[in-house]
Design a protein around this ligand. Structure first.
Ligand SMILES: O=C([O-])CC(=O)C(=O)O
Ligand SMILES: [Mg+2]
Length: 387
């Protein structure tokens, strides 16, 4: 077998929402298609991928470096021993040929996007759901049959008052979610009012997570910590700059409830620095590394191995990004859950159309690959690239 073609397109995922750091009025994502010469059920196998929200479409480096590197390789260099399927680890090495360590920038996003398409193709060629394949290959046990998911929203938005925020959160509860997340970071006084408004509609503080998107210096992070602590929230996310491990470690001494961070750490080495120096507690905190921004599942498995060495369970990982790739990893490799953005970042947010969220958990479709084919608006967009 061989790869025939790789296509890429930048698509808008823009909206009027803002977090404490950026607005999404110009946000884009790359979609990619890896077209193989394998035919299953009368159709050519195409693997699809895209990058998570929060980083822009890495079209330039995909087209100039990463896609050509893979297309220039001989099939022997990227196939498994039997020559019957792609080898994701070999492909990763090909993609990263000529790339120095460190300074990950946008290239981890480009590689993460291609890696997603590679795994989609592999599972389609094996004619299995990706979560099943991952559980068999790497876990040696059955996949989880459902995954904890929480609804991330609560963005700042023009004209959005307390009532609209409450309605949004009530909507997530009505959809079957048990935990919701909202943005904080613009003003402590105002955020406390917004939090109290949400606490009027959710059962308790344990049903609400807050996300500062790296906005705070240490002093502000501690002020928020002191104000948030009595609410006993589900978690307090990304208080300071993602690379400021000392801030996170110091903050840890001022807050006794769960914290979460890691969505903007893009490599095993950065993740390891958080574990080494960030004061994160393996029996309390959550890790949000997102494979679609950080060199893909091949690198994510290195992160899981590193975590094991430091005594962290994969159950402490609840990835950022709300995509089906991380949902498959969560079920297949036994993570603690996955993010979800119902109605936000369409058509990438949300899971299989026919599987509802129930009591905070969602099941996965029994179809080959990542499952994009079960999400009508998403597969329509992806197919526009290659079928
Ligand atoms: O607003 C964003 O950039 C998304 C985010 O932090 C999250 O989903 O945790
Ligand atoms: Mg976040």
């Amino acid at each position: 077998m061989r790869i025939l073609e790789i296509r890429e397109k930048a698509v808008p995922i823009k909206s009027s929402i803002s977090n404490a750091y950026i607005d999404f009025t110009k946000m884009t994502a790359s979609i990619v298609a890896i077209v193989t010469d394998v035919v299953k059920n009368g159709k050519r196998v195409v693997g699809y991928g895209f990058n998570s929200n929060g980083r822009y479409a890495p079209s330039g480096i995909l087209r100039e470096r990463f896609i050509p590197r893979l297309l220039e390789a001989e099939p022997n260099d990227y196939l498994n021993e039997e020559g019957t399927n792609l080898d994701p680890h070999k492909i990763w090495d090909i993609l990263m040929t000529g790339e120095k360590p460190g300074g990950h920038g946008e290239r981890s996003v480009a590689v993460g996007t291609l890696d997603m398409a590679v795994w989609d193709a592999i599972a389609k060629i094996e004619e299995k759901p990706l979560y099943q394949l991952l559980a068999e290959r790497y876990r040696g046990e059955q996949p989880d049959d459902k995954v904890f998911v929480y609804a991330a929203g609560g963005y700042y938005q023009p004209g959005k008052g307390y009532k609209e925020l409450q309605n949004e959160m009530q909507g997530y509860l009505n959809l079957g979610y048990s935990v919701v997340k909202m943005k904080i970071g613009n003003s402590l006084e105002e955020d406390l009012r917004r939090i109290e408004a949400v606490l009027e509609v959710v059962p308790s503080g344990q049903s609400l997570a807050v996300d500062a998107n790296g906005r705070f210096d240490l002093e502000t992070a501690i002020k928020y910590a002191e104000a948030l602590e009595p609410y006993n929230l589900f978690w307090y996310e990304e208080a300071g700059d993602p690379l400021d491990y000392e801030l996170q470690a110091e903050l840890s001494k001022h807050y006794k409830n769960p914290m979460a961070t890691g969505e903007n750490l893009f490599s095993m080495q950065d993740a390891r620095n958080l574990i080494r120096y960030g004061g994160m507690k393996s029996d309390r905190d959550y890790l949000q590394f997102d494979c679609a921004l950080s060199y893909g599942l091949v690198e994510y498995m290195r992160i899981l191995d590193m975590l094991k060495e430091y005594g962290w369970s994969p159950r402490r990982c609840i990835p950022h990004g709300g995509h089906q790739m991380s949902l498959n990893i969560a079920a297949g490799l036994g993570l603690g859950g996955n993010e979800s953005y119902p109605g936000v970042f369409e058509p990438f947010g949300g899971f299989a159309d026919h599987i509802p969220v129930e009591n905070g958990y969602v099941g996965l479709p029994d179809v080959p690959g990542i499952g994009f084919e079960t999400k009508a608006p998403l597969i329509k967009l992806l197919r526009s690239l290659a079928e």
